[in-house]
Design a protein around this ligand. Structure first.
Ligand SMILES: [Mg+2]
Length: 246
C-alpha cells in the first residue's frame, strides 16, 4: 500500500480563535466580582488566571477546569474579605454567586468560535495540492466536535481526532492508522508541548504558530531546531507547498 502525505492541523488557536471567548468570560466574571465585592477587576483576572494555570495539570483541557477556576477565585476573593458593596447583591448568597460564575465560564463552550479569516483558504490550498488533511485536537469531546462541525471547511477533512492529551503516542497511532508518509507529512499548531515537540519527535515535519497562549508567556519550551515558527496559519501554504514543488 502506498503511504499517503498528510497535513495535520491543531484546531484551537490554529484554525479557530478561541482566545476571545475565554477573555470575554473572564472579563464578565471580573465585572461581576467587582460589582459584588468592590474588588479590583484586574486583581480578579490575575487570581483566576493563576488558578486556571495551576488546575491545568489536574484537569487538562476539560470544561470543568475553567468553571472550577472561577469557583475557586470566588472562594479565594471571599476568603480575603471582599465585601458586598452593591444592594443588588446584598441578598446574593455565596453559593449563588458561585453558580453564576460557573455559568459564565460554561458559556464559552456553547458559543460558536471564530474561524480565522484565512483558515478555509489555507486548508483548501493544501488539500488541492494533494495532501490529505486532518485535525487532531485535545479537549472535551462534545466541545471539540461542536467546534469542528462549525468549521466552514469541515467537509475537506479526512479525519478528526479528539483526544484528552496530545503526545507522541497519539501522533504515532494516527500515522499507523493512515499509513502516513511521515517524512513528507506535517503537523501545524500553536502549542510546542502538545503539537510541535511530540510530532517532531516521531519524525513529522512541523510548523509552529506564534499564537499567544499561556505556554508562550511561560517561555520555558523552545522551538525544536529546523522547525519554522511563523506568525499564523496564513504563512503555512508557501512553506509546505514551496518545499513540495521544489
Ligand atoms: Mg492550539
Amino acid at each position: 500500500m502506498t503511504k499517503t502525505q498528510w497535513v495535520i492541523f491543531d484546531m484551537d488557536n490554529t484554525l479557530i480563535n478561541t482566545e476571545p471567548l475565554y477573555v470575554n468570560a473572564s472579563n464578565q466574571f471580573a465585572k461581576l466580582m467587582e460589582e459584588y465585592g468592590r474588588c479590583d477587576r484586574e486583581e480578579v483576572k490575575r487570581v483566576q488566571n493563576k488558578i486556571d494555570a495551576e488546575l491545568f495539570t489536574q484537569f487538562g483541557y476539560s470544561t470543568d477546569r475553567f468553571a472550577e477556576s472561577f469557583e475557586r477565585t470566588v472562594r479565594e476573593m471571599l476568603s480575603i474579605g471582599i465585601y458586598r458593596s452593591n444592594d443588588n447583591f446584598r441578598e446574593l448568597h455565596r453559593e449563588e454567586l458561585i453558580k453564576l460564575a460557573r455559568k459564565i465560564a460554561m458559556s464559552v463552550f456553547d458559543q460558536k468560535s471564530i474561524e480565522y479569516s484565512y483558515s478555509a483558504d489555507v486548508v483548501r490550498k493544501i488539500a488541492e495540492a494533494g495532501y490529505k488533511v486532518a485535525v487532531i485536537t485535545a479537549g472535551e469531546r462534545w466541545v471539540q466536535i461542536k467546534r469542528f462541525d462549525d468549521l466552514t471547511i469541515r467537509n475537506l477533512f479526512h479525519d478528526c481526532w479528539v483526544v484528552l492529551r496530545k503526545d507522541e503516542r497519539v501522533f504515532s497511532d494516527f500515522c499507523i492508522k493512515h499509513d502516513v508518509d511521515i517524512l513528507n507529512s506535517w503537523m501545524i499548531g500553536d502549542s510546542l508541548k502538545s503539537d510541535i515537540i511530540p510530532a517532531s519527535n516521531i519524525g513529522l515535519n512541523a510548523i509552529h504558530l506564534q499564537t499567544s497562549n499561556w505556554e508562550s508567556r511561560d517561555g520555558k519550551l523552545k522551538v525544536p531546531p529546523g522547525v519554522p515558527s511563523v506568525q499564523d496559519l496564513s504563512k503555512v501554504p508557501s512553506l509546505i507547498l514551496g518545499i513540495k514543488h521544489a
